[in-house]
Design a protein around this ligand. Structure first.
Ligand SMILES: Nc1nc2c(ncn2[C@@H]2O[C@H](COP(=O)(O)OP(=O)(O)OP(=O)(O)O)[C@@H](O)[C@H]2O)c(=O)[nH]1
Length: 309
């Protein structure tokens, strides 16, 4: 800590936005390593996974929350509680409004809710800037200004950004850091997240299992890790990490979708997940996947606890 420069800043920011707004992709772009699952399917982010941006002048801790939405199940209610708790605790709320879409009722609902967390500064991010022409961006920025006025939010700043092309990702970091309190780093240098590795591994498996499946399936998949251990008796320069994981589905009829003909799809899921896990942890991995049924896990409190919600 003695090397901490004067004027160092440290604190928390969270990305808010409707499903698919680009929150996870932006978190990854800022942190520079894949730690939050991204998917073209909405509402795939379940955990408040944190990414940490280390800079010479600041430590920015990103909390990636699930989307706020009308709760239909017990899981939905718990997720909304989690979102509101997160908003009240952070130093800055960054609201993601994709430039590729007109601002809609979903955005208005979110921004209205965010306005109620009056004390926390708010930044608006015009995400997916790479998808639009400059005149559309101008229109979008005007709409964002109007939206802020209509709910009584004074934007600390408004930044067009593209997480996929990298355009203005550094500006987003600058603007968020400006709003952090002065303080010592809260995490050791080099940490990218404080989520247990098992949670990240489970999320990567879930992402692989969701890839290309039917639209109704995402809400019905949960992943748990039974065991994650370095295999014994391996030469030091050739480690192997054994991972035993379960993919939980709600209904017997969903098994076929995940497993595929003679297990072909499950093997693909395993191979894709293994690649991601190896990239994250830097260790060769043996991955053993089991598909199981936990009936109605979204609505059953006991099952929810078992699955870590
Ligand atoms: N062209 C383009 N696509 C983007 C950008 N950012 C995200 N996307 C795509 O938009 C989709 C959704 O991105 P995510 O980062 O998963 O969105 P999210 O807001 O975290 O979504 P939820 O987890 O469902 O709330 C993915 O297909 C991304 O590849 C961007 O800057 N440009």
């Amino acid at each position: 800590m003695s090397s901490t420069p004067e004027n160092f800043k440290a604190g928390f920011a969270c990305f808010v936005g409707r499903p698919n707004a680009g929150k996870s992709t932006l978190t990854n772009a800022l942190v520079g390593k894949k730690i939050v699952i991204t998917s073209s399917k909405p509402q795939t982010t379940r955990h408040a996974v944190r990414g940490i941006v280390h800079r010479p002048d600041a430590q920015l801790i990103l909390v990636d929350t699930p989307g706020l939405h009308k709760p239909r199940t017990l899981l939905g209610e718990r997720l909304n509680d989690l979102v509101k708790t997160t908003w009240a605790e952070v130093d800055v709320i960054a609201i993601c409004l994709p430039a590729s879409d007109k601002i809609g009722p979903g955005d208005r609902f979110l921004v209205t809710e965010a306005a109620k967390v009056a004390k926390t500064p708010k930044v608006a991010l015009a995400t997916k800037a790479d998808l639009v022409e400059p005149d559309r961006m101008v229109e979008h920025l005007a709409d964002i200004a109007k939206l802020g006025e209509s709910v009584g939010i004074e934007w600390a700043s408004v930044v067009p950004v593209s997480a996929t092309s990298g355009y203005q990702v550094d500006v987003v970091a600058d603007e968020l850091v400006k709003l952090l309190p002065a303080g010592f780093p809260l995490y050791p240098d080099g940490d990218i997240t404080d989520e247990p590795e098992e949670t990240l591994v489970a999320e990567l498996i879930r992402e692989a299992a969701l890839e290309g499946v039917r639209d109704e399936l995402p809400h019905s998949i949960a992943v748990t890790i039974d065991e994650m251990n370095l295999r014994e008796d391996r030469p030091e320069n050739k480690p192997l990490l054994d991972i035993y994981a379960n993919i939980f589905l709600e209904r017997e009829s969903q098994k076929g979708i995940v497993i595929g003909h003679k297990g072909a799809r499950l093997r693909e899921v395993g191979a894709a997940a293994r690649k991601q896990i190896e990239a994250l942890l830097g260790t060769p991995v043996y991955l053993d996947l089991h598909v199981k049924i936990a009936k109605n896990w979204q609505t059953d409190a006991k099952n929810l606890r078992k699955l870590g919600f």
